[in-house]
Design a protein around this ligand. Sequence first.
Ligand code: NDP
Ligand code: 8X3
Length: 250
Amino acid sequence: MTKIAFVTGASSGIGYATALELARQGYHIIATGRRLERLEQLTAQITNVPVHTLTFDVRDKEAVQQAVDSLPAEWRQIDVLVNNAGNAHGLSSIQEGDIADWDAMIDINVKGLLYVSHAVLPLMLPYKKGHIVNIGSIAGKEVYPNGNVYCASKFAVDALSKAMRLDLVQEGIKVSEVNPGLVETEFSEVRFKGDSERAASVYQGYQALQAQDIAELIGFIVSRPAHVNLAEVLVLPTAQASATIVKKNL
Ligand code: NDP
Ligand code: 8X3
């Protein structure tokens, strides 16, 4: 029987690796992001199952709805939604923060997750089954200096994941939350606005998690038996003990 996974932020990092991992498990993949060329690169790598790409900005609620409405009939019974699209923008104290960065983080990480869930849920509810996996962060469990609004956005993802689990339990839909620590992706490139040297320094002196580590965890979560829900997982590099304590050999 066909299984379909809808992955946001599949053009990079955790989302890209997750799309590959779920394809490996036999899921037909709906891969979404803004960068079409990256989604085409992903599609070219997946040869065992069909891939359907959708390009939209999760901040644009009409575009999100139009993209989901555009799905052909054979792509409309969605089994798994991975709400992964998101980023940090800047790392500044609250008094020096850039309002445009704050808007981006709240609009993408919080409102974008809501818009996508709102559009996709009607494609799950009639079947009384389905699985939503929200990508939170250790930043949604602990605040750290200068993390303020990014942390707030991920605390919101934590609250929404718990709330979605409460609201959807009677509908037979599982909600899981994966909270990674430091994962080496384009995350820091985006946070530091293309400053590659600063971005690379975040991952120096220890073995950071790789996108594949998170993808395998998501693959494990969605492959549990129907009666098992791994509701929340905090996954850290071995060298990381908290949001601020990392054992580095520099
Ligand atoms: P990347 O920067 O590598 O990937 C981010 C993905 O999100 C891209 O595919 C990007 O696609 C998509 N995205 C960003 N903004 C938008 C938007 N406005 N509309 C649609 N898609 C968007 O970072 P990661 O893979 O590391 O991040 C994935 C998730 O993991 C995020 O939610 C992040 O907060 C979380 N996370 C990351 C950690 C880390 O250390 N890396 C740790 C904990 C959580 P495109 O640009 O093509 O639109
Ligand atoms: C990303 C991990 O510690 O940079 O959510 O906030 S961290």
